[in-house]
Ligand binder design. Sequence first.
Ligand code: NAD
Length: 421
Amino acid sequence: MAESSKLYENVQKQFDRAADVMGLDEGIRTILSTPSNEIIVHFPVKMDNGKIELLKGYRVQHNNALGPYKGGLRFHPKLDINAARALATWMTWKSALAGLPYGGGKGGIKIDPKKYSMAELERITRRFTYALGDNIGPDLDIPAPDVNTNSQIMAWIADTYVQTKSPANRHNNLHVVTGKPVGSGGLEGRDRATGFGVVSTIKSWAELKGVDLKGKKYIVQGFGNVGYWASHFLALQGAVLVAVQDMSGTIYNENGIDPEALNDHSAGRKGQISGFDGAESIDSSTFFALDCDILIPAALGNQITVDNADSIKATLVAEAANGPTVVEAEAILLKKGINIIPDILCNAGGVTGSYYEWLQNKRSENWKIEDVLVLLEDKMNVAFDKTLKMAEKYDTDWRTASYIVALERLQTTYMERGLFP
Ligand code: NAD
């Protein structure tokens, strides 16, 4: 089965399980089982050598019962319609669980961004934004950064979108995307919001289980935005980063890897960790079986599978990535007594930070990072507590419980409003 089909199958199985456990209304189950809109665009871009390439972009809008569609854009060669569907669906559950006034969307462009110059990436991003046209908008669908996209890409999207509006309305449209640079309407702290939220949930777990994070060993897959910031904040708790894996390889140091030194190193190497002299390079296939207390997958989906789940030694898997654990592997982890902080809870700090940026733009304000992090931690704690309570109520695992929190909110909305016409 294609990786993206597996991803979509995964999210649907998780949804079905939660819907069964809570007894979700049949009609609402039908509505939520399929994305509302699926947009595919083909758009031409002139490359530096003068040749024209026709590129493919996606935006899947899963559900907007609670508010505008919200979710990231990724630039990745394996992005396709099923991956976009799966990721958009997860966004609906995540926004609902986090108590945000948003639905779920996701998309991006099927490219390997490493193959393009900065000037080409700018033209690709702008032309994609133009092709999406009014399918996105500050009160309709609000993209954000995801894999291989960053604040620069968001600034180009915002600029392109506002340039296509009347000058009178330009400044009311900046919040068409979040994750912008601070100088372009971005929120101080949005860069670290996802990693900060990941570590908030790990702190809540540690408190619940009576675990002292000081000296605990953790390993991280993916050292991009989320992997780095999660490593940074967990190190501040006194935990020790012992291994990191990314596209370029896997590194290990039982005495600890300094996340800041590794980040400085990778910044000069297009984000790649290989060649770091503060750790030894090891065989990538051994990563998941490494001795550690906490495993943080912060790269792509479908990483923890039936082939490696049994070898995992961590007592906690904190799912910073979207969809890192396939359903069959989750059963193995749970049987081994490993705790899992599910993705829709663990990485909800990203969309929550985006929400604050959106509010900041709507109100024409500039928020302070100290205030942002306090608000963020509070929202993460509320979502964590709701999940725990739901797990107790239904005597179920944390992922199913987090889904039920989200689905109850959506069910209430549909029940109260009824269905048009
Ligand atoms: P990023 O592009 O900044 O970093 C991705 C990292 O994953 C890189 O270090 C890359 O080398 C690594 N990677 C890619 N393929 C890999 C592979 N096959 N094996 C090992 N490593 C691999 O992306 P990001 O924004 O940090 O996103 C990481 C994950 O977090 C994604 O699943 C994303 O959907 C999720 N997420 C991101 C945000 C956000 O705010 N950026 C919010 C919520 C969830």
